[in-house]
Design a binder for this molecule. Structure first.
Ligand SMILES: COc1cc(-c2[o+]c3cc(O)cc([O-])c3cc2O[C@@H]2O[C@H](CO)[C@H](O)[C@H](O)[C@H]2O)cc(OC)c1O
Ligand SMILES: O=c1ccn([C@@H]2O[C@H](COP(=O)(O)OP(=O)(O)O)[C@@H](O)[C@H]2O)c(=O)[nH]1
Length: 483
């Protein structure tokens, strides 16, 4: 009989697609050949994302792993009316519901589980209808998962706007949380109609069999405990959390090192500040000017990945362009920083850069994958969150893990940071001073904990074994036709 398959339903996007495929490959290996993986591919919303995903699929297919197969779902109409990125993705998923159901029902083998992305709550209903166990693969950290699960409780506790309340929020397993670290969708209830998405997603998650979270228990133990004890869900036990991370797709370095890596080869150890704002990494001109002023004055070495504005700014369509450096940067900046700074105008190999001994600090937008990569290589951070889960992630880095030097930003001014503040924080992180020294020390300790977590017998490895076993046991034959 054909072996049971785990069906993955990833969304497109650098921080979502590859981490989920990587987790699927680990499930394959972990099952010792007992399982296969079927990836359902939704057509990507932009030509750039389509090219990216096609390349990744080609790479996986070429690697000869015959237990992973890809199935294309039919195209759906992209929603034009929505309240924001969260609802936009959820609406697309809703349209795909019948296709997902048909694809699963049409499989020629037992189905062990459906694994969906953060946004794919409609797929949980499909799994329930078919009797298939369902898991949310959470590409962000447990703090963000907790915020989603706890949002219905918070909504009742704080009837007014979070942005207008005095004091801090009491969120299980966390130190007092300033409301300013909540995602924008939560912060302005009345202004953001997407707020409902938050509450509904939190409730809907309770239908899942489990949460597979790309984190390590060591990073977010108290939060994971709070979820497990039902403290976020009014005492009702939440689906089991499997903290299996850090899951990072690491590939051997290319034969010809990238230009950024060659530049780093010529720099002293732990001397370079990496500045990179993720795969969407675009900044408006005033922020570019502040960064340039801070880097020029700080006299530290830097590698700045600076992208150009997108051609299309609609949710889900924002793809950065290659930067025209002469137009974006203040006059004379490149000359004045020549030798100690490199500005890279297109996508850079971030993991290879963070792995380089010359990198001593990372100004990051706090996308979860960037955080995990920085921790994996022991690089302390300067958090400059912009959106989504990033403010909450930054809070974790500074207030729980202590691996980052805080950066004062003005959320009311679109997360603006003054040049002088950035200059101060860079000097603290890379130069002398107690705060920077502590962050550097903690980053080294957390690096060791991350690596230990995924070693054979480590806590993430153990969680992964439990998950694999549970998935293997859950396999069912999906009836071809519903009664
Ligand atoms: C899939 O394409 C996109 C996803 C996001 C996006 O939006 C988002 C909104 C929230 O209210 C809470 C979130 O956690 C969240 C996350 C998110 O995706 C990114 O996820 C990464 C890994 O999970 C990473 O942590 C990044 O910080 C998140 O931004 C947004 C988006 O465009 C703005 C997408 O196209
Ligand atoms: O120039 C870049 C920008 C980003 N990334 C990678 O893209 C992912 C970004 O994911 P993250 O969750 O940090 O943020 P997002 O891009 O989803 O906001 C990470 O794996 C980065 O290493 C990269 O390789 N080069």
């Amino acid at each position: 009989m054909a072996k049971p398959t785990v069906v993955l339903l990833p969304v497109w996007g650098a921080g979502h697609f590859m981490p989920m495929i990587e987790a699927g490959k680990r499930l394959l290996r972990g099952s010792g050949g007992a399982l296969s993986v079927t990836v359902l591919l939704m057509p990507a919303p932009t030509p750039e994302a389509a090219v990216d995903i096609a390349a990744q699929v080609k790479r996986e297919e070429a690697s000869g792993a015959d237990d992973i197969r890809f199935r294309h779902l039919p195209a759906v109409d992209m929603p034009t009316v929505h309240t924001g990125i969260e609802e936009w993705v959820s609406l697309i998923l809703r349209c795909h519901g019948p296709h997902v159901r048909a694809a699963i029902a049409g499989l020629d083998c037992p189905v062990a589980a459906l694994v969906t992305d953060i946004f794919c709550t409609p797929a949980l209903d499909v799994a329930a209808e078919l009797g298939v166990p369902s898991y949310v693969y959470f590409t962000s950290g447990a703090v963000m998962l907790e915020l989603l699960l706890y949002s219905p409780v918070l909504d009742e506790e704080v009837p007014g706007e979070f942005s207008e309340m005095d004091g801090a929020l009491n969120i299980p397993g966390l130190p007092p949380v300033p409301p300013s670290v909540l995602p924008a969708t939560m912060l302005h209830k009345k202004k953001m109609s997407t707020y409902r998405w938050f509450l509904e997603t939190g409730r809907c998650y309770m239908k899942a069999t489990g949460f597979i979270v790309n984190t390590a228990a060591e990073l977010e133990q108290s939060v994971i405990d709070a979820i497990a004890d039902g403290r976020c869900t009014r005492g009702v036990p939440a689906p089991t959390v499997y903290a299996i991370g850090p899951v990072i797709a690491l590939t051997p370095p290319p034969e010809q090192p990238h230009e950024c890596v060659r530049w780093l080869d010529a720099q002293p150890p732990a001397s370079v500040l990496l500045v990179c704002f993720g795969s969407k990494g675009l900044l408006p001109p005033p922020k570019v000017r502040e960064i340039a002023a801070a880097l020029e004055r700080s006299e530290h070495r830097f590698l700045w990945v600076l992208r150009g504005p997108p051609k299309d700014s609609r949710p889900g369509q924002r793809v950065p362009t290659d930067a025209m450096l002469d137009e974006l940067l203040p006059e004379g900046f490149l000359d004045k920083t020549k030798g100690r700074g490199l500005v890279w105008p297109t996508r850079a190999p971030q993991k290879d850069i963070l792995a380089h001994a010359a990198v001593g600090g990372f100004v990051t937008h706090c996308g979860w994958n960037s955080i995990l990569e920085s921790l994996w290589f022991g690089v302390p951070m300067l958090p400059w969150p912009l959106d989504n889960d990033q403010h909450a992630n930054a809070f974790l880095l500074v207030s729980v893990l202590g691996v980052a030097v805080p950066l004062r930003l003005d959320r009311e001014r679109d997360n603006f940071v003054e040049a002088a503040e950035l200059e101060r924080a860079v000097s603290s992180l890379l130069g002398g001073g107690e705060v920077g020294r502590k962050a550097r020390e903690k980053a080294v300790a957390v690096k060791a904990a991350c690596r230990k977590a995924v070693e054979k017998g480590g806590p993430s490895d153990a969680a992964f074994q439990r998950l694999t076993e549970e998935i293997r046991r859950g396999a069912i034959n999906v009836p071809k036709k519903r009664d």
